[in-house]
Each structure stands twice: as structure tokens, then as C-alpha cells.
Design a protein around this ligand. Structure first.
Ligand code: S3P
Length: 440
């Protein structure tokens, strides 16, 4: 892990946000491309792979199982090259696989591990060791997997690879990680594997599997995969991460003056609810240059603000919208207090089992900044028209909390101190450098 618990960033109030930036490659898509090209046949080249520590964890897990990779420069851009070993080419790991801080790595990779002809163990850091795994263990066991966990719930997982059988599985929790885990196991299972989602979640796994040649069908909230077809290497491009861009979109919307362009951001409809929410709340955001790459939409965003004019309205996030905005809620919690009507978040119990208990860590840090918030078991409410006071912030080792409260610090007078700010490197190592480029 590239996390330094003693790291501190000092951030002062800012009047304006100007510039043209790019954000790192999408974390969700990078994980999937790394895993799937590792079990594809041949050499794949991946442009704009996420620079975050989480996606390095996935690469290092694959490396331990014999998948070599390297980086090359092409036309001034860095490409990741992965030497795929085919569905049955992974080697038994001789050590416990280290997923670091990454829930996506442990949950999705477990689907592949469950079907191998060898035993394996996979764990991670302190935060990951507290995150629930029964949500993947239940469907994998129903497919015939042998999988054990600490107290039947927590990493490290001990997996004894087995021949698997396809299942028809209705997800009890809307989770793209769990859906992906079952689909990846389905690549190896006898017969057909069907996953039914209560709410449609991000479909990056489905798109990537199709791109690499898997036998997959999806319609509405139902996805079906059949084993038997090998995956084929591809050259792939990862779009910029909208969940990372979200921090700067909010920074621009909160500034007195702003004109910010964010290039080549992934706008897949199952991920782009943030834009609809912000535009619906009155934000001025334009999509420039929309194009389709590897089955996905990529666009350049332009956001403008004049807080001397109107504030964004705020709003209610609940039901399916909560699932669609789950990674953006920390930074929307920063926009809420300066909005006209405030922000209400419901149906968000999942936030309690992210990299930190995000309902608690959002509320604690808002309170430190003198912002009123009411906490519920599965959400929170922040009234609008409030002001941030500069404060000492604790990220609790959670990348999205570190970045969200760095944006809050821009709206306060005086200097805020973000403790354990290096947590940002889990998804966005360049965050503070980019932030300093665009604020005035
Ligand atoms: C992710 C799915 C979401 C999200 C996480 C990444 C993915 O988690 O919060 O950051 O890449 O599939 P859940 O599947 O637990 O909802």
C-alpha cells in the first residue's frame, strides 16, 4: 500500500477554479481489464490504466499467479502490457494474495480463484479486513466453491478451487462487485450462470467480457454468461474516472468563479448519474466531444460557475439513485451545505461498509468544519446555505474522504489541515498536484 498515515496536506480557501485537466483512468474499468486480459489468450495493451494503488494491487495479485506485465511509452502516453495466460493458465500463488485496500480486487478476483485447480488465500490491509465478504461467499458456495473467511465474513479468504456449476442468482444487495464476481466464476462453471440485479449497477464487466469474446447476454437487469469460449487479448483504452472528476466538478461549482475542462471522462450511462444529478440541481456542465471507445462513451466535460449568481439547488438521493451515486456521495456531501436546499441521502447503508464507515466519517468531518448534519442509520441530511470553517480533518485512511474534505477546505476561510491525506493515492495519486494547478 502506498499509504502514509502521517501525511498531511494544508489547504486554504480558494476564490476561483480555472484550467484544463485530465483525471486518471477509471478504477473500476482498470481492475476488470487487468483481471480479464490476464486470463485472456495473448498480449493485451491497455492505455490509461489507473495510476491508483488499488489497481496496482490487482496487477500484483495477477503477477503472483504468473501473469507478467510491463509499461511502455507510445506517442507520449503510458501503455500497460499484459501477457495473458488463458483461462486455465494461472499458476498457484505461493503467498497470500495482497489486495491492499481494494474491495474490487478481493471480491472480483475471488470469482476467478474459486474455479482454479489450486488453493489460494487473499487478504488486504486493516480497512479491507473489516469489509463484508459473505455477499460473495454465498453465491460462490452455491456454485460449489470451497471458501472460508475469518468469522465467516472477513478477509483473508481461504479458497480451495473446485469445478463449479452455473447458478441463477438474484443479488440481495445491489453490487457491481458481487455481480462481477459471480460472472467471472461463471466463465468456468458448468452450464449457464445468470445474475439478476435488484437495481442496475455499473456494467463494466459485461462490456469488457463481450469485448474479449465471452459468451454473454444481458437484457435489463439480467446477465447470463456461459463457459467454454476462450477470452482473446485486445488493445483497450480506459476512460478517465468520473468518480475522480467529481471532486473537481464540485470544486468548480462551489467556487465564486470557475471555468474548468476535464478531458476524456468515462460517461457510461450506468456510471454517469452524477452529471444528471448536478445538471438537475442547476449546475452548468457541458459535454464536449462525446465518442464511443471499446463499447463505452467518453466525453470532455466543461463546468462553469458563478456563485455570485445562483447556487446549485441540492436535492434528495434515495433508492436506485443512491446505488448509482454511491462513490460520489462523499463529495456531494460537501456541495450539500452550500446548496440552496441542502442534501438528503437515504437508502445508503452500504456507505457504512466502504473503505471507512462513510456516514460516520462524513458527519464527523462536517461537524469539525462547523456544518450541521443529522445522521441516520442509512443516510444523512445536511441543510443548505451553510458555511465551512477551516478545521483539522481526519481522512480515516479513506481516499474519497481525504479528497472530498480537501474540496471542502477550498470553501473555508483560512487553512484546513487534512490528516492522512496520502490515502488519496488509493485511486488518485496526482490529486493534490492537480488541485494546486487549478485553484486561485
Ligand atoms: C465498484 C462497485 C461499487 C463501488 C466501488 C467499485 C466496482 O461497490 O462502490 O468503488 O468497480 O464494481 P459495490 O459493488 O460494493 O457497490
Amino acid at each position: 500500500m502506498n499509504q502514509d498515515v502521517s501525511s498531511v496536506e494544508r489547504i486554504s480557501g480558494a476564490k476561483a477554479v480555472y484550467g484544463a485537466i485530465a483525471v486518471p483512468g477509471d478504477k473500476s474499468i482498470s481492475h476488470r481489464y487487468a483481471m480479464l486480459t490476464s486470463i485472456a489468450e495473448g498480449q493485451s495493451r491497455i492505455l490509461n490504466y489507473s495510476t491508483g494503488a488499488d489497481c496496482r494491487s490487482t496487477l500484483s495479485c495477477m503477477e503472483v499467479m504468473g501473469v507478467s506485465h510491463g509499461f511502455a511509452e507510445r506517442d507520449g502516453r503510458t501503455e500497460l502490457i499484459i501477457h495473458g495466460r488463458g483461462l486455465r493458465g494461472l499458476e498457484p500463488p505461493l503467498v497470500c494474495l495482497n489486495a491492499g485496500n481494494s474491495g474490487s480486487t478481493i471480491r472480483m478476483l475471488s470469482g476467478i480463484l474459486a474455479a482454479q485447480k489450486f488453493p489460494s488465500e487473499i487478504g488486504g490491509d486493516e480497512s479491507l479486513s473489516k469489509r463484508p465478504m459473505s455477499r460473495i461467499m454465498a453465491p460462490l458456495r452455491a456454485m460449489g466453491a470451497h471458501i472460508g473467511a475469518t468469522n465467516e465474513e472477513f478477509p483473508p479468504l481461504a479458497i480451495n478451487g473446485q469445478p463449479l456449476e452455473g447458478i441463477d442468482y438474484a443479488l440481495p444487495v445491489a453490487s457491481a462487485q458481487v455481480k462481477s464476481c459471480v460472472l467471472l466464476a461463471g466463465l468456468y462453471a458448468y452450464g449457464e450462470t445468470v445474475v439478476r440485479e435488484p437495481i442496475r449497477t455499473r456494467d463494466h464487466t459485461e462490456i469488457a467480457l463481450r469485448e474479449l469474446g465471452a459468451d454473454l447476454e444481458s437484457s435489463g437487469n439480467v446477465v447470463k454468461v456461459r463457459a467454454g469460449k476462450p477470452l482473446k487479448a485486445r488493445n483497450l483504452i480506459v476512460p478517465g474516472d468520473l468518480s475522480s472528476a467529481a471532486f473537481f466538478l464540485v470544486a468548480a461549482l462551489m467556487a465564486k468563479e470557475a471555468d474548468l475542462v476535464i478531458a476524456n471522462v468515462g460517461l457510461n450511462p450506468t456510471r454517469a448519474a452524477l452529471l444528471d444529478f448536478l445538471v438537475g440541481a442547476g449546475a452548468q456542465i457541458k459535454i464536449l466531444n462525446l465518442e464511443q471507445v471499446n463499447g463505452k462513451l467518453i466525453g470532455t466535460l466543461q463546468v462553469r460557475s458563478s456563485q455570485s449568481g445562483t447556487r446549485v439547488r441540492g436535492g434528495v438521493i434515495e433508492g436506485a439513485l443512491t446505488a448509482a451515486l454511491i462513490d460520489e456521495i462523499p463529495v456531494l456531501a460537501i456541495l450539500g451545505p452550500v446548496s440552496e436546499q441542502g442534501l438528503v441521502v437515504r437508502d445508503a447503508g452500504e456507505l457504512r461498509v466502504k473503505e471507512s464507515d462513510r456516514i460516520a466519517t462524513i458527519a464527523e468531518n462536517l461537524n469539525r468544519m462547523d456544518v450541521r448534519v443529522t445522521v441516520h442509520a442509512d443516510g444523512f441530511e445536511v441543510p443548505g446555505k451553510q458555511k465551512f470553517r477551516a478545521a483539522e480533518i481526519d481522512s480515516h485512511g479513506d481516499h474519497r474522504i481525504a479528497m472530498a474534505f480537501s474540496i471542502a477546505a477550498l470553501a473555508a476561510e483560512g487553512e484546513s489541515v487534512i490528516h492522512n491525506a496520502a490515502a488519496a493515492s488509493v485511486s488518485y495519486p496526482e490529486f493534490y498536484a492537480t488541485l494546486r494547478e487549478i485553484i486561485q
